[in-house]
Design a protein around this ligand. Sequence first.
Ligand code: ATP
Ligand code: MG
Length: 205
Amino acid sequence: MRATRKKNIGIMGGTFDPIHLGHLITAEAVREQIPLDEVIFIPAALPPHKLERRVVPAAKRLFMTKLAIEGHPSFVLSDMELKRKGPSYSSDTLRALRRDYGEGADFYFITGADAASELYTWHDAAYILTVCQVVATTRQGATLDRETLARYFAPELLQRILPLETPAIGISSTDIRQRLKLGKSIRYLVPEAVADYIYKEGLYS
Ligand code: ATP
Ligand code: MG
């Protein structure tokens, strides 16, 4: 009997308020380099690090994410964080994914260097590093802060953070929200279908 190969599953978590080409280009670059069999996009319902800021309702962020990844054969959408109550901890998401996939998959949690540098502030961070590798991608304006991370994580956990060179894309949701508020263009920053939806719903203006 032929043994089935373990699947490499990428997990792209975020607020996606809104999702932009920085997220998509980064996910695609990681998919190709690792390589990943699929990338699951999981919008946070209640992002733990953004509890003090108003975000667009989760259902709309989920819908924008669906529009953004439509047509990519290896990108899939998950609403699992919208189905849970309370803050959307990545550790809970990973625990659920491990239950679903069993030992048949290796997980790669995709983050920008900015987010990866703050991993020690995440709920159950040590568990996250035992259940998956955290891919720290290039993000314009950010560098992976290994020194700080080394103060919080033992070497065997630290080595589960995998720096990966990806195109440096100077796009952020913060900038897009600000542009919309000022009536500036967001063309080429988000997929066209996402821009159409933002205008139709009057989001961020
Ligand atoms: P905000 O400005 O509201 O924080 P954001 O652009 O940082 O939004 P998030 O939803 O916070 O987007 O990010 C989700 C994940 O995607 C994080 O790991 C973040 O580092 C990563 N990411 C976001 N934008 C980029 C980018 N341009 N290049 C690489 N990674 C990115
Ligand atoms: Mg961010």
